[in-house]
Structure formats: C-alpha cells, structure tokens
Design a protein around this ligand. Structure first.
Ligand SMILES: Cc1cc2nc3c(=O)[nH]c(=O)nc-3n(C[C@H](O)[C@H](O)[C@H](O)COP(=O)(O)OP(=O)(O)OC[C@H]3O[C@@H](n4cnc5c(N)ncnc54)[C@H](O)[C@@H]3O)c2cc1C
Length: 357
C-alpha cells in the first residue's frame, strides 16, 4: 500500500461528527476513489478488522470509547451532468457535500432538490435514510446508486426501486445493513421545472398565488431551517445536534385509538397504507418535555423539541441517557415507542434502535 493510503492510527472522531461527540477510531482513512476503497478494505480484511463508514457524520452517535477497526470517510468528489431535453441527469460522488450539490442544481435552474437545501452531510449518505424535508425526499428524484458490494467485491448500479426507499429508511439501513458502500448517486432533475411548495412552513413565506423561483424557495427553506436550528451553525447554541433525534411514528388504527384515549386531538397525517404518521415533536411536548430542557451538558434544543443537543463537556453516554429519558417518558405518558433516527456506532445491543444503557 502506498504511504498516502496507509490508514492513520488513533484518530479522534468527535470533530468528524455534527454532535462533536465520541472517542477515536483505531485506524482511519479517507476514500478518494473506488480503487483506493478496494485497497483499504483488503488492508482491513487481512488484519481481521471491522470497517465502519462515515460521510459527514451528521447522522451518527459515536460511543465515547471510539470505534475499533478501520473507519473510512467517503471523500469521492467526482460530479457529472448530462442534459436530455427537460431532464437533467446529475451524478455526484459519495463525498460531495450534499448542500453544495443542491445549491449548484438550484443555481442552474434544475428542479427537484430545492426543499432538501441545508441538510448537512454527504451525497452518498442521502439514499441510506432516504433523506427528506419540507415535502421532498431523495426517493422523488434518485435514479440510481453506484455501490460497492462487500459480499462479492463487485461495483454495480442499483436502480431506485432496488434501493427499497421508504420514510427515513432503505434496504441499506435494514436487510442489507453494512453490505453496500455507496460510491455515487444519480438524480434526474427537471431543467426549468417549477419548485415544490407543498409545505406550509415554507409556503407561508410567499404571498398567495405567488410563483417563486427555485433560488427563492431554497432561501425560504434555509430561513425556515435557521429558525429551528436545523442548519449546521457553530454560532448557534443548538449547533451540536444530529438533526431530528426521533422518527415520526406511524401508527395503525388500534394504536391511534389507544393514543386518543390518553391525549386529545393528536395531529395525524394519513399514509397511503391506511396508517397515520404523527409528529414526534408533538408527542414529546405532550409527554411533558419542553424546548430548552437540560440534563447537565445535554438537552432538548431551545428551538425544536425533536433535536437533542450536546453542550460543552457532554459525552455520548449522557446523550444516550437523555434519549432514554425522552423515549421512556413518551412511552409512559402516551403509550407510543419512539425510534431514533441517527445511527449508533460502537455501542452494545440496541432495543428498537436505541442502545441499552
Ligand atoms: C442540523 C441537522 C439537520 C438535519 N436535517 C435533516 C433533514 O431535514 N432530513 C433528513 O433526512 N436528515 C437530516 N439530518 C440528518 C443528516 O444530515 C442526514 O441523514 C445526512 O444524509 C447524513 O449524511 P452524512 O454524510 O453526515 O452521514 P453520516 O452521519 O456520516 O452517516 C450516516 C449513516 O450512513 C452511512 N454512510 C455514510 N456514507 C455512506 C456511504 N457512502 N455508503 C454507505 N453508507 C454510508 C454511515 O455508515 C451511517 O450509518 C440533519 C442533521 C443535522 C445535524
């Protein structure tokens, strides 16, 4: 292995995450190309070391003890686009910062990603949890994903349907967890297309009947996010988070009846399968928690009750304790079990996604 590819030893990972929490990686390397990925995977395999992937670190909680084995940060940056009539095919390497890609497509008048403005992290991670916000999700425009298959070492394309995208999930997060490494993602956008304006929080920024431009909608999304501390901003007192900490639960009719017996008029959003999605933030507040609530160096964001925030001196253990407190409180008050959105790395066994204490 050339010395430029040789992994570094004992690299602190906190600075690689938006929470700024977690211990060191035993070994760490940046992946610049598919070829170097193969070399690095082979390096780890020959030593019997586990491999963990990292993008921008904005949806992970890393244990205080750090991570054994080799941590690979995806840094593939190649980007291509190809216009075919009103369709634009954009392919971006896994390491392209997502919001930079969105900004470029908006500036060129290509519709399809504008409501996903301001989401931190890398392009390669967006299919993992089918990133979404303000009425748009990656599933709306993703055409295909180029992956490295760790089962047989092949590099191939998975069409959108093969990714099994659903609400904040995909086959990469479920039945094929750890199998595929995303090398690049391709999107089909609309040249000159109208922006999506289906979400009240964003639409209220424009007068009725207005037909805002793509850049105007991007700015409105960024302004809405800023109000909720949902942009990565080191100056923001809520700046150290991983975004929404819990998924919005989707309840069947019987569960919803049980909830209504405990809490009047919960807001519900009917789903295509007949079930109902509920805002986890509403449940958290109804269970008695409030914005700005603190437990030592961790707490709930002052601007969004769905975000848990780390303050100076916080540890991952304390964040996990806060997550249990909130989840247990909601379950006890309302009978709904919240599941976490971020991925926990380096922790022990988990129950419904949340590692045990
Ligand atoms: C302030 C803030 C706001 C946010 N708002 C939103 C939002 O509105 N909507 C939303 O959906 N999310 C949101 N998030 C969550 C997060 O930004 C997204 O999930 C993002 O896509 C994560 O990208 P990342 O590169 O940081 O992934 P990481 O956190 O580095 O990794 C997340 C998971 O993906 C895996 N992974 C990363 N890259 C690859 C790859 N190339 N191949 C295979 N696996 C990979 C990792 O192993 C890990 O399991 C927010 C986070 C923050 C901090």
């Amino acid at each position: 292995m050339s010395s430029s590819l040789e992994p570094q030893r004992s690299v602190p990972l906190a600075a690689c995450t938006s929470l700024q929490l977690g211990g060191p990686a035993q070994h760490f390397a940046e992946v610049q190309s598919a070829e170097s990925l193969c070399v690095l995977l082979d390096w780890a395999q020959r030593r019997g070391l586990p491999v963990t992937l990292l993008g921008g670190g904005s949806n992970v909680v890393i244990a205080d003890a750090g991570l054994p084995g080799l941590v690979l940060r995806m840094a593939l940056r190649e980007e291509t686009c190809h216009v075919e009539g009103e369709h634009v095919h954009v392919t971006a390497g896994a390491g392209v910062p997502w919001d930079e890609l969105v900004a470029r497509t908006v500036a060129r008048g290509w519709a399809g990603l504008e409501c996903l403005s301001g989401i931190p992290g890398s392009t390669g991670a967006t299919p993992i949890q089918n990133v979404g916000a303000y009425g748009q999700e990656v599933a709306d425009t993703l055409a295909a994903v180029q992956v490295y298959d760790r089962h047989d070492g092949s590099v191939r394309q998975l069409a959108r349907a093969e990714c099994e995208l659903s609400y904040r999930s995909s086959r990469f997060k479920t039945r094929d967890l750890g199998r595929f490494i995303v090398l690049a993602a391709s999107f089909t956008l609309r040249a000159g297309g109208a922006p999506h304006l289906g979400y009240a929080d964003v639409a209220r920024r424009f007068s009725a009947g207005a037909q805002p431009s793509l850049p105007a909608v991007r700015e409105a999304v960024l302004a809405t996010r800023r109000e909720k501390s949902m942009l990565l901003d080191p100056e923001d007192e809520n700046g150290r988070s991983c975004g929404s900490f819990f998924l919005n639960p989707v309840l069947g009719a019987a569960q919803l009846d049980q909830l209504r017996a405990r809490a009047q008029s919960p807001p519900t959003y009917p789903q295509a399968d007949g079930r109902h999605k509920l805002p986890a933030a509403w449940l958290i507040e109804r269970a008695g928690f409030h914005k700005g609530q603190r437990w030592g160096a961790v707490g709930i964001s002052t601007r969004h009750s769905l975000a848990l925030v780390a303050h100076p001196g916080a540890t991952s253990r304390q964040l996990l304790e806060a997550a249990h407190r909130v989840r247990d409180g909601v379950a006890a008050a309302l009978g709904v079990l919240l599941e976490p959105e971020p991925v926990f790395l380096g922790f022990g066994s988990a129950q419904h996604g949340l590692p045990s204490l």
